[in-house]
Write a protein of this length. Structure first.
Lengths: 319, 376, 324
């Protein structure tokens, strides 16, 4: 379909019912395709992970023990700490990024002068596109040495809080550092989507609030935030999704470990599922790949659950 | 309108691609020394076609140089090497997708058995092609930045990497280095976080040479939770560089200006070098337990007392079939492996990757195995 | 702080906001203003640091030679015969083709799915499920998408199949949910009056959607699609296992390994140092892989920048005048 024929279509009489029906069918098909694709992914992962359940259990535990240096022999023992690490890192990143992003989004949509806001929107969109491998490079080579004095200070003065227990590892290839990098990575995504929503707040509502004598913040609290709530939650979920599945930055920064530990400032405590797959996949044999895909399936299920809960929360909030 | 937009974008993109496609042909770099040594190798006919291998990332730097050298001898041959890792390389090879695979570990009996279905005749075999010394590298203010080495025996290395020795001025280290002024800096151990042949080779040294101080099973994964893990050789090196008091193990060629440990062999402390790595391979026996025709598996003698030898080395293998379903592939693999293991090829690898040359005694045996590849 | 009210004691007064109350509100307003600006400034520090590091390190090796050669025949730290040290031509071509492939697959599907959800679904059970699953899909870890595409193509094309299109499939899996969600949000915002006006004029539903609804939402959809492209153009992990890595240029999306810019960056970072023969002269640079990695990272950012500009321009040209 060239641009020429589209212009022609505009000036000609309506295509009629057939076009209407085809269009509807295509739209339905695309909707259903989502179901099919997801089912295919789930089935495929399940199929590849099947040897874990039906296969030779002795060989399985040998493979897993090989991955962990003999520390665990059972799939659930293996995936447990990984899952814990994944959720811990992503949750921290989301907590850090969430408030900051909302702040930036509000700044762009309601505080900054119009010209500055346009420029800033552009910069944020650009930053959202910086690939994770660059954040990995930056995090591993620039941030890690630079942030050590800060973590050291935190460990010294806030060390009485269990999660900040020292001594801070040097170099700080720790959960805390990775969470900061992931937060920086997902910040533009959440900001960009929240900003779009905030800017769509009906002007009438905003003006009504202001006319009633509300301060700017009260206006935001009354009109902008309620309007943007579901959009902000779905933006955060996108951000969380990216953090949960982030591979390269974690792989290039975190010193992995297999424990259930909240010691954010110490190295070799946690590992994420995605980074673990990337680290182990190249050298894994067939059974090893099955084990890794099994962990991938667990991650898949977790994202499913997280998103399901988040959706329920939004539904309740909007109902 | 939406479609219209995409069509326009599409047209723009297609024309852009057309332009880049025209550029593509002249993107290849011509090897600088192509004219010098062309046809110096004794191969009678030129190989042509596209062939790919995959596997150990440790070989990558050497193989890239070797491919360039090989191309100057056989201008019509295109060779690809994908550094996916040993495991993935061998699995792909066993599906028949590759001409050859590089691996940091010799084939297992199972894999040899599996190869029957891929090779036209017989079973796959492995030959050592790349020997690289593994450095125990460290970063210590006042020592490594002065270009000084630290002497250690196997037991000390084992204790450090097991977290039993935690400061640099520990008696065990100080007693072996009377000339050095060691600070009380805590030791941060840095190891590989990914599955790696380098880890396995390093651990097998520690386990053989200091069995009392190293209790863990041999594995390609780091077994304890001492210190910090980092992805790949590059990760280990950059981690070591980022803090004072770190120590880790890595390919010699990547160590750069970090300090290296001189390892005790017999009664002397030997510094790391390509030649010293080559010596231990020369002094090591072949692994007789490797069953299968033409296989050459080196069993590194980590307790060697050979003069000037450096006992921590990585031996990487190339895996090939004695006969291929496609005779052209057979011809290629034969000429490729011959080139790789030739004196010329080993020199290329040494220049590009700092690897240790194959000892001549071993090279002769390897040549015999490679000659067994059928080309018809 | 009690209010020092000196005014006459009329009954109405207790309804009037006390001065302290007003002051407190103003203080809170000010505090939030400061917090918001602070959030902005705090966020700028790392983001600027990322850009700055990349630019400073990348500019060093970014030149025409770097853009017009690939890595074939580059040995160690040696200079090539053209006077450069290898380049990213093959990776740029790979990135453009693979991303284009992913766009072609996912943008039409994504937009049509959003159209279904907003225009046809009528809050049915199916649409509920689809909305939920789109959320779930956006959480698919990129590496799992890679594993999926790799396994799927192993089934279709035999074991060990690796080509650029396989990478496109993996990426489109990541791209579709982003396109759906952003398009959905944008379609929802289109005022219902516009649709009703169109129906009232007797225009069919299909034409209303394509000519009115999509047209109005276009700038938002384009900017959403750009975000989606942005999300996938820098993906490394899935491409490592699906598209592979090669030193020479491959323009065929459907056969042979293809290098993309992020994979190139990662591979060069993994090399860290190049070796120079002992007798090498000053033209042999041992740190060249890291320098190439940064330069390629900068190229990647520039590619994204150009894509962004194009998208913005398109959005502006096609934008429909709305209230704001």
């Amino acid at each position: 379909m060239s641009s020429h024929s589209t212009t022609a279509a505009l000036t000609q009489p309506a295509g009629g019912k057939r076009a209407d029906k085809t269009f509807k069918a295509v739209a339905y098909a695309c909707g259903i395709l989502i179901l099919v694709v997801l089912a295919a992914v789930a089935l495929f992962l399940l199929f590849r992970a099947l040897p874990l359940i039906t296969g030779d259990q002795a060989a399985n535990s040998e493979t897993i023990s090989n991955f962990t240096g003999g520390k665990s022999t059972n799939f659930w023992q293996y995936v447990g700490p990984l899952l814990f690490g994944t959720v811990l890192v992503s949750a921290l990143a989301l907590i850090v990024a969430f408030f900051v992003s909302i702040g930036i989004a509000l700044f762009i949509s309601h505080y900054a002068p119009r010209k500055l806001a346009t420029a800033l929107s552009y910069v944020v969109d650009l930053l959202a596109a910086i690939p994770s491998v660059i954040y990995g490079l930056w995090g591993g080579l620039v941030l890690v040495p630079a942030i050590f004095p800060f973590w050291n200070w935190v460990a010294e003065y806030l060390g009485w809080i269990p999660i900040f227990a020292g001594p801070a590892s040097n170099p700080p290839r720790t959960v805390a550092t990775v969470a900061v990098v992931l937060a920086v990575m997902i910040l533009p995504i959440i900001t960009s989507m929240s900003r779009d929503i905030f800017q769509q707040t009906p002007r009438l509502q905003e003006e009504a609030a202001l006319a009633l004598g509300a301060t700017k913040w009260e206006m935001i609290k009354l009109a902008v935030l309620p309007f943007g709530k579901s959009g902000v939650v779905s933006a955060s979920m996108l951000g969380l999704g990216r953090a949960l599945g982030e591979t390269m930055a974690v792989l290039m920064i975190l010193s992995p470990g297999m424990t259930y530990s909240f010691k954010l400032l110490q190295a070799s405590q946690s590992q994420t599922i995605a980074a673990n797959i990337a680290a182990q996949y190249p050298e894994a044999n067939d059974l090893g790949v099955s084990v890794l895909i099994g962990t991938g399936l667990v991650l898949f299920v977790i994202t499913f659950v997280v998103n399901y809960i988040a959706r329920k929360i939004t539904e309740k909030a909007t109902a | 309108m939406v479609k219209n937009l995409f069509v326009r974008r599409g047209i723009a993109a297609v024309s852009l691609l057309a332009m880049t496609a025209a550029l593509a042909a002249c993107g290849d770099n011509v090897s600088a020394d192509s004219s010098n040594n062309a046809s110096s190798n004794g191969s009678s006919e030129k190989i042509s076609g596209e062939f790919s291998g995959a596997g150990a990332s440790s070989q990558q730097a050497a193989v890239e140089a070797l491919i360039a050298g090989y191309k100057s001898l056989n201008p019509d041959a295109t060779v690809n090497y994908n550094p996916t890792g040993s495991g993935a390389g061998v699995s792909s090879f066993l599906t028949g997708a590759l001409a050859w695979a590089g691996s940091d570990a010799a084939l297992t009996a199972d894999q040899v058995e599996q190869s029957k279905s891929v090779c036209a005749k017989g079973t796959a075999f492995d030959v050592p092609v790349y020997v690289s010394p593994i450095a125990v590298a460290f970063n210590l203010k006042g020592v490594s930045d002065q270009g000084k080495h630290v002497n250690m025996d196997a037991s000390t290395i084992a204790k450090i990497f097991d977290g039993k020795i935690t400061t640099w001025n520990d008696q065990a280290i100080a007693s072996q280095n009377p000339d050095l002024k060691l600070p009380a800096t805590p030791i941060t151990v840095v190891h590989r976080s990914d599955k790696s042949g380098t880890t396995e080779n390093f651990l097998s040294y520690v386990k053989d040479a200091a069995p009392n101080d190293w209790q863990y099973d041999l594995s390609e994964n780091w077994p304890n939770s001492v210190g910090q893990g980092s992805k790949g050789t590059s990760g280990v090196i950059s981690t070591i560089k980022q803090a004072d008091g770190t120590i880790g193990y890595a390919d010699f060629s990547q160590v750069g200006d970090l300090g290296t440990v001189a390892v005790k062999v017999g009664d002397s402390y030997n510094e790391i070098s390509a030649e010293a790595g080559s010596k231990v391979v020369e002094a090591s026996p072949l692994d007789e337990s490797a069953k299968g025709e033409n296989r050459i598996v080196v069993k590194i003698d980590h307790n060697t007392t050979a003069a000037g030898a450096y006992p921590i080395v990585l031996v990487s293998y190339d895996i090939a079939c004695p006969a291929y379903k496609d005779a052209k592939t057979g011809q290629f693999v034969k000429s490729w492996l011959t080139y790789v293991t030739s004196e010329q090829g080993q020199k290329v690898a040494e220049d590009a990757a700092g690897s240790a040359p194959l000892p001549s005694k071993l090279a002769d045996k390897i040549a015999q195995s490679i000659n067994a590849i059928e080309t018809k | 702080m009690p209010a020092g009210n000196k005014g006459p004691a009329i009954d109405f007064d207790k309804f009037r906001p006390s001065r302290s109350f007003v002051a407190a509100r103003k203080r809170k307003d000010m505090a939030m203003r400061v917090l918001i600006v602070l959030a902005f400034v705090v966020a700028l520090v790392p983001l600027i640091s990322v850009l700055w590091t990349t630019i400073v390190n990348g500019v060093k090796r970014l030149n025409l030679n770097f853009l017009s050669y690939n890595m074939a025949g580059v040995v160690g730290g040696n200079q090539t015969s053209s006077g450069g040290y290898g380049g990213v031509l093959h990776a740029i071509i790979g990135t453009l083709e693979i991303t284009l492939g992913a766009m072609v697959i996912s943008i039409p599907i994504g937009i049509m799915c959003a159209v279904y959800l907003v225009e046809y679904a009528n809050r049915s059970k199916l649409s509920h499920t689809i909305t939920l699953l789109v959320d779930v899909m956006s959480g698919i870890p990129s590496i799992v998408a890679g594993l999926f595409a790799f396994s799927m193509f192993a089934l279709i094309g035999g074991p060990g199949t690796i080509n650029g299109f396989e990478g496109s499939v993996a990426l489109s899996l990541l791209m579709i949910p982003t396109v759906v969600k952003s398009s959905e949000e944008m379609l929802k915002i289109v005022p219902a009056d516009l649709r009703e006006a169109s129906y009232a004029l007797g225009v069919t539903k299909q034409r209303t959607i394509t000519k009115i609804v999509l047209r109005t939402a276009l700038p938002g959809i384009v900017s959403g699609s750009i975000l989606a492209i942005a999300r996938v153009i820098g993906e490394t992990a899935p491409l490592l296992m699906t598209a592979g890595y090669t030193a020479s240029t491959n323009v065929n999306l459907f056969s042979g390994q293809m290098t993309t810019l992020p994979v190139y960056v990662y591979q060069e970072y993994s090399k860290l140092n190049a070796n120079c023969p002992p007798h090498a002269d000053a033209t042999c640079v041992t740190t060249i892989p890291m320098e190439r990695a940064w330069a390629a990272a900068l190229v990647l950012i520039l590619v994204v920048l150009v894509l962004n500009l194009i998208g913005r321009l398109v959005a502006k040209v096609f934008a429909v005048k709305t209230e704001r």
